[in-house]
Design a protein around this ligand. Structure first.
Ligand SMILES: [Zn+2]
Length: 446
């Protein structure tokens, strides 16, 4: 198989350190070597890590990266990709109205084709933004998996289970079948179970999920403490906070992605175990007027990662934007311009790689080639004295010039390698259908 030689890049590591120039060689989906120093030109030996000479061979693709910054791909650790079909449908609504009067009634009439069209649209947007892996949480997850398989992105997909929707046993059995069917597919898909939340699933149902996940050898992904009233409601109903209910059910003993965790209390931090991660989605909390949250004090002691939530609440699927808002809010809340410094925000973004089982997030020999080449020589980011500042505070999708997942280009010269026109046309048809179908009845209640 031919190689891709990324020549003379400035490298931004997962810890925020900038180094280079370096030449990164990609073969068979992996980084096979990282060589420091200028490669004088493509015909000269650039050397393998072990010192063995290497010259571009016929068929090698040599990319001049001397004006680009190379980083690991971005991770979106919490989203509901099919909800891109609802982007902008429920605005200026309280969380109560947003769930009960808008989103859940529309979702009750959603079919598999709507799900796949929304997921495809979301994946296109994420790839455009430099995302190489994401964690999904939605129903009809087989259609999400299908969109992922076709697109080239990596995803960790959690079929969602709702206790209030009835027939929990049946839901769990179908979700387990999906996990067995799709886990590991295409080398890019991993699966876990997705109980919706401790307010829509009972403690017994959560315990059943933990048992099933353990039997399947996977983890879970669940919403916990995205609003303050949920905590009081849980204490009144169960005498325990939502995170304690989740821990008592056994979910924290397995790999766990917590969507939100925004109101986690200091005394709950000890409930978190290794392999538990919190995906914070600041734009959603701000948009739904959720208040200040509790993640600001000693944030480095929390396993914070970045999510976007669904586009129905956050409108964009840009982890960079979410990391930017987290850092800005951290400074604002703490009245401290030194809080949430650049490196800390970047590490929060990169930590999402550790939460997923793909081994990505490193620029070193043997790591999966999930990479983005950023062009910071654009008006919005130049002169980029500090590439990290340019990325976190100035960049957008237009700066993600090339990106690859498992060594395969997914964006090249600023263009997605997808049939974007067809994806948008399909989503347009389904969006028109959603308005025609209107809202249905839902058993769920927020
Ligand atoms: Zn969510």
């Amino acid at each position: 198989m031919s190689r891709v030689i990324l020549r003379d890049a400035t490298v931004l590591g997962r810890d925020g350190a900038v180094s280079g120039p370096k030449t990164v060689i990609v073969e068979n989906g992996l980084i096979s070597a990282v060589v420091s120093g200028l490669a004088a030109d493509g015909q000269h030996a650039v050397g393998r890590a072990a010192g063995e000479p290497l010259r571009p061979l016929p068929g090698d693709e040599v990319v001049d990266c001397s004006r680009l910054v190379l980083s690991p791909g971005l991770v979106n650790l919490h989203t509901h990709s099919p909800m891109n079909i609802f982007k902008g449908i429920a605005e200026d609504a309280t969380p109560d109205r947003w769930f009960n009067e808008e989103i859940w009634p529309y979702e009750s009439k959603m079919d598999g084709d709507d799900v796949e069209a929304g997921a495809a649209l979301a994946i296109a947007e994420m790839l455009d933004n430099g995302v190489t892996a994401y964690a999904d949480h939605y129903f009809s997850a087989e259609r999400v998996c299908s969109a992922v398989e076709k697109s080239g992105i990596r995803a960790d997909v959690a079929p969602t289970l709702f206790g209030m929707a009835g027939d929990f046993e049946g839901q769990l059995a179908r979700a387990a079948d999906l996990v067995r069917e799709w886990n590991g597919r295409a080398g890019r898909i991993s699966m876990r179970l997705g109980p919706h939340s401790p307010y829509t699933c009972s403690p017994e149902e959560l315990a059943e999920c933990a048992k099933a996940a353990s039997d399947l050898g996977v983890g879970t992904h669940i919403h916990v403490e995205d609003s303050e009233p949920q905590i009081a409601a849980s204490v009144e109903r169960y005498g325990r906070t939502p995170l304690r209910v989740v821990a008592d059910a056994g979910l924290t003993s397995l790999p766990l992605i917590i969507g939100h965790g925004y109101w986690i209390m200091d005394e709950e931090r000890e409930l978190l175990r290794e392999g538990n991660w919190i995906a914070v989605c600041m734009k959603t909390y701000m948009k739904l007027g959720e208040g200040p949250g509790r993640v600001w004090r000693r944030p480095d002691e929390l396993p914070l990662c970045i999510g976007t939530d669904g586009a129905a609440s956050s409108n964009t699927l840009s982890p960079l934007e979410q990391a930017r808002i987290l850092a800005l809010m951290g400074k604002y809340q703490e009245r401290d311009a030194e809080a949430f410094p650049l490196r800390s925000a970047w590490k929060t973004l990169m930590r999402g790689h550790d939460a997923l089982p793909f081994g990505s997030g490193r620029i070193e020999a043997g790591a999966p080639a999930d990479l983005v080449l950023w062009d910071l020589r654009r008006p919005n980011t130049f002169p980029a004295y500090d590439p990290l500042a340019a990325l976190l505070y100035s960049a957008d999708a237009s700066n993600a010039r090339h990106s690859m997942v498992a060594g395969r280009w997914v964006k090249r010269d600023g263009e997605l390698l997808l049939d974007v026109e067809a994806i948008v046309a399909r989503a347009g048809e389904r969006a028109a259908g959603i308005l025609r179908k209107g809202k249905g009845k839902t058993d769920l209640a927020f």
